[in-house]
Design a protein around this ligand. Structure first.
Ligand code: NAD
Ligand code: DAU
Length: 338
């Protein structure tokens, strides 16, 4: 199969490309604008000839059309992905996540692709109180500019399926962690700051709950949906990894071997969603997917990966990153963010 992967130089996209480059015969093309979050180092080590890379913006209709030509399928990861940045600059999220998705849908339809996977998020369902889980039938109720832009993209993808018959499949996953994650997100931020003995910013009282999943499990779920999912269907992807933020931070400090004194409670995120939790029984029942990682084994492996790859994160902690962390965390800003 000829497969176009947008955003393939980012965290999840690059893990997906690595997986398929080593375990499938698919011909892979990556389209990526290489924003602050895109990094060619994430694709290093993939044998030459297994991958074609196109440096382009998802909003550039001509470039996206050229990339879609001749493809059998598309998996769409490219997005602005960080909630805090969407609070600082919502416009960038509307442009890439909403407009960019429509550009891609139009190009995919024009090229006659057979399958189109929209990589979405549990955040489109909004926030839960302390009980219940999101099913695929839960109403869309996004609360941040990021999640609103992702919900908009999902609706455009569903409209393309309904109106034009494009074979759209949508996956909605919880919080990913694992290798190559940009250290603006809670887990890599905490690991790097713990390793460097820097204060760890915890928003509010640290009781907000996220449903964590190892990135490899997410990528295997997307691959399964790509190959066996029913067009028009939505699939939640979760591995029962619900934990309050403070518990995650404490576990990382234990794994790194650093004092809990680094934990610093800071001003809460505006509009901070309290809890996410996913019911992914449809994916398990209909497509036979199940996670391979537990949160314990996945976190330990992730801490090990950051310990063993200082050359990767050393380069990532660059000028743009330092500027962002100063804007986001003010006086607490240091080398590893926050
Ligand atoms: P990321 O920020 O690490 O990577 C995003 C990638 O998209 C980068 O390579 C970036 O260069 C590229 N990109 C951004 N704007 C672009 C543009 N205008 N044109 C072309 N490329 C552009 O994000 P991620 O965490 O890997 O998330 C990937 C996808 O998965 C996103 O759609 C996100 O909404 C979704 N998702 C993420 C999570 C998570 O926990 N990280 C969970 C569920 C769903
Ligand atoms: O749920 C899926 C979503 O998970 C994805 O769609 C997003 O792309 C991804 O960024 C992630 O969103 P979150 O906002 O949940 O992830 P983040 O790592 O930013 O934050 C996780 C939790 O930790 C959240 O409750 C906010 C909190 N937090 C985060 C940061 C960066 C802190 O307490 N301190 C911090 O410095």
């Amino acid at each position: 199969m000829k497969l176009l992967v947008t955003g393939g130089a980012g965290f999840i996209g690059s893990n997906f490309v690595r997986l398929l480059a080593s375990e499938s015969e698919h011909e892979l093309t990556v389209l990526d604008a290489l924003t602050y979050a895109g990094n060619l180092a994430n694709l290093e080590g993939i044998p030459a000839g297994r991958l074609r890379f196109v440096h382009a913006d998802i909003c550039d209709a001509a470039a996206v059309r050229a990339c879609c030509a001749g493809q059998d399928a598309v998996v769409h990861f490219a997005a602005e992905s960080h909630v805090d940045r969407s609070i600082l600059d919502p416009g960038a999220f509307v442009r890439t996540n909403v407009l960019g998705t429509q550009v891609l849908l139009t190009a995919a339809r024009g090229a006659g692709v057979e399958r189109y996977v929209q990589v979405s998020t549990d955040e489109v369902y909004g926030s839960l109180s302390s009980s219940g889980r999101f099913s695929e039938e839960s109403p869309l109720c996004p609360s941040s500019p990021y999640s609103a832009s992702k919900a908009g993209a999902d609706l455009l993808a569903q409209a393309a399926a309904h109106t034009f018959g494009l074979a759209v499949l949508i996956t909605r996953c919880g919080n990913n962690y694992g290798p190559y994650q940009f250290p603006e997100k809670l887990i890599p931020l905490t690991i790097l700051r713990a390793m460097r003995g820097e204060p760890i910013p915890v928003y509010g009282d640290g009781r907000n709950v996220r449903d964590w999943i190892h990135v490899e499990d997410h990528c295997r779920a997307i691959w399964r949906v790509l190959e066996a999912g029913a067009p028009g269907r939505v699939y939640n992807v979760g591995s029962d990894g619900e934990r309050p933020n403070l518990e995650i931070v404490r576990e990382i400090l234990r794994l790194v071997g650093t004092s809990r004194d680094l934990i610093t409670f800071v001003r809460d995120r505006p509009g901070h969603d309290f809890r996410y939790a996913l019911d992914s029984s449809r994916l398990r029942r209909e497509l036979g997917w199940s996670p391979r990682w537990t949160l314990g084994s996945g976190l330990a492996a992730t801490v090990r990966w950051y310990r063993e790859h200082p050359e990767w994160w050393g380069k990532v902690l660059s000028g743009e990153y330092l500027e962002y962390t100063r804007r986001q965390y003010g006086a607490l800003a240091g080398g590893a963010g926050g």
